[in-house]
Design a protein around this ligand. Structure first.
Ligand code: APR
Length: 316
């Protein structure tokens, strides 16, 4: 059977994700939904008209949805649903400032996903993503492996790009990693960064590496400050689309994602940015690898910070 993916939210993040997914040409259908009348249908038509030029056959379908499930029939049978619905940041805002307003949106979306696409793998990107992922799992009541969030692929890409620019090397020679939360307690992992196989610490002094770590942690805010309206979407959509592809292709690749952690690194009972093997069932397994003591301490600090907030969302 042909594969079907839905992207909920036809704003900047959602529409660029839908476009990337369609251009992969691995799905029968990409469904794009929003509460706005006409916008998802208009974007879908526009993307379909690019098919002869870009040379893909995937059909994009736009659907307007309502709070009580109106229009949600369009998502039936989706293998993957990417949730991008929700407000983005404005300059000066932290992702956490979006907690209450986006919790209402994500809860409602998740309840409708559970009803109309009960077998889907759900990838959450709405911010604050660690909390919205936990909420989506609660509201869908899906097994925890079938709900995970996008953060680490993006943060790692930002880290990688900065390292490549600093050393004037191709991005493909850089291997980097970020774990932890998608926020202040993000844990970029310099000990796992290499350039053409050489440890980053052989190539850059510690203070320069720390500068890159700080820039990575503030990567989203740096874009928000420049854009002034809205937040980043090109790199974020590349990350989300790549994760959805790993699911439908049952690729088994290991990616840094926001996954349910159950004992790894001595941390339990929380959604947190860790490396995980991705496949048709979502998270196949969380992969624990060697970190320095201070990186593990950073991960534990991140876990406690998001644990507190994830408890709050249960009541939102
Ligand atoms: N169902 C579907 N779509 C919704 C709903 C809902 N219940 N509520 C809001 N939306 C839609 C809005 O109508 C809007 O079109 O979500 C879209 C959000 O689009 P943008 O404002 O362009 O925001 P975007 O940049 O796409 O970011 C979306 O991703 O990175 C995160 O922090 C960001 O939480 C934000 C999300």
């Amino acid at each position: 059977m042909g594969k079907k993916v839905t992207v909920v939210g036809a704003g900047f993040y959602g529409s660029t994700t839908a476009q990337r997914l369609a251009e992969y040409d691995i799905f029968d259908t990409v469904v794009l939904t929003d509460i706005l009348e006409g916008k998802p249908a208009g974007l879908a038509l526009d993307m379909n008209q690019s098919r002869p030029i870009e040379g893909f056959e995937t059909k994009v379908v736009g659907a307007t949805t309502g709070p009580n499930g109106e229009g949600y029939e369009a998502i039936e049978g989706s293998d993957v649903v990417v949730v991008t619905a929700g407000l983005p940041r404005k300059p000066g805002m932290s992702r956490m400032d979006l907690l209450e307003v986006n919790a209402k949106i994500v809860r409602q979306v998740a309840e409708n996903i559970a009803k109309y696409a009960p077998n889907a793998v759900v990838i959450v990107v709405s911010n604050p993503v660690d909390e919205m992922t936990a909420l989506a799992q609660l509201a869908t009541q899906f097994p925890k492996n079938r709900v995970f969030g996008q953060a680490g692929v993006l943060d790692t890409a930002r880290f990688t790009n900065s390292i490549a620019e600093t050393l004037a090397v191709p991005v493909k020679s850089v291997k980097a990693l970020t774990l932890g939360s998608h926020g202040d307690t993000m844990v970029p992992v310099p000990s796992r960064c290499t350039v053409d196989g050489k440890p980053l610490s052989d190539l850059l002094p510690a203070d320069k590496i720390e500068e890159l770590v700080v820039r990575t942690r503030n990567g989203g805010a740096e874009v928000v400050a420049l854009l002034k309206t809205g937040s980043a979407y090109y790199a974020p959509s590349a990350a989300a689309a790549r994760m959805a592809k790993a699911v439908v292709e049952d690729s088994g690749e290991v990616l840094p994602v926001c996954a349910w952690v159950d004992g790894e690194y001595g941390i339990s009972g929380v959604y947190l940015g860790v490396e995980a093997q991705i496949g048709a069932e979502g998270i196949k397994k969380v992969v624990e690898d060697k970190l320095t003591d201070s990186e593990v301490a950073g991960l534990k600090e991140a876990a406690e910070a998001v644990r507190a907030k994830q408890a709050d969302v249960a009541t939102l």
